[in-house]
Design a protein around this ligand. Structure first.
Ligand code: HEM
Length: 153
């Protein structure tokens, strides 16, 4: 069970953080340089509609498997090393930021694209860009902390 939980945990982290890396670092500049607002906002609406169900799966799987691992490997947070506390703190912040993106600017983006209001859609996309950039940074910090953390405590 521990092995299965670790596998699911790791795959969820790879899909979420890797997906944000591709969207932010690769697709964003490529789309910005080539597409006019109607095509660009429509593209992002569709990209998020395909990516966010995977993020939902990750934001459920990571805490569930993570808390299970904390119990099984360390007998609770009291016995957990510092890098696990860091993971919980940064992971919780990332999840809250994703929930905000999903229920606020992403909802506005979808509504704006539906009525072809490109100005409102552009604003919403700008907010999503900033928050996904922040979440990507937190995710990379978290992964660096996990990779190096166990050798520092
Ligand atoms: C939200 C609450 C979370 C908890 C309670 C938690 C807990 C844990 C625990 C207990 C481990 C095992 C540590 C060990 O093997 O010594 C672990 C491993 C790991 N976690 Fe988390 N985690 C959480 C969120 C996250 C998030 C959001 C990510 C990345 C986006 C993440 C990425 C990882 C990675 C990459 C490993 C290493 C897996 C391995 O060494 O095989 N975790 N986590």
């Amino acid at each position: 069970m521990v092995a299965l939980a670790l596998i699911v945990h790791l795959l969820a982290a790879v899909v979420w953080v890797g997906g944000m890396f591709f969207a932010y670092v690769i697709l964003r500049p490529a789309a910005a340089g080539r597409l006019e607002p109607p095509q660009r906002l429509g593209l992002w609406g569709e990209v998020f509609a395909r990516f966010f169900p995977w993020v939902w799966a990750a934001v459920v799987a990571l805490p569930v498997t993570g808390l299970f691992l904390v119990q099984r490997l360390f007998g609770g947070f009291g016995g957990s090393p510092a890098f696990v506390h860091l993971m919980l703190t940064l992971g919780a912040a990332m999840i809250v930021i994703f929930l905000h993106v999903f229920f606020a600017p992403y909802r506005r983006l979808r509504a704006a694209v539906a009525v072809q209001d490109w100005a409102t859609g552009g604003k919403a996309l700008g907010t999503i860009r900033k928050l996904v950039g922040l979440n990507l940074l937190l995710g990379l910090l978290l992964l660096a902390g996990v990779a190096g953390g166990r050798f520092m405590t």
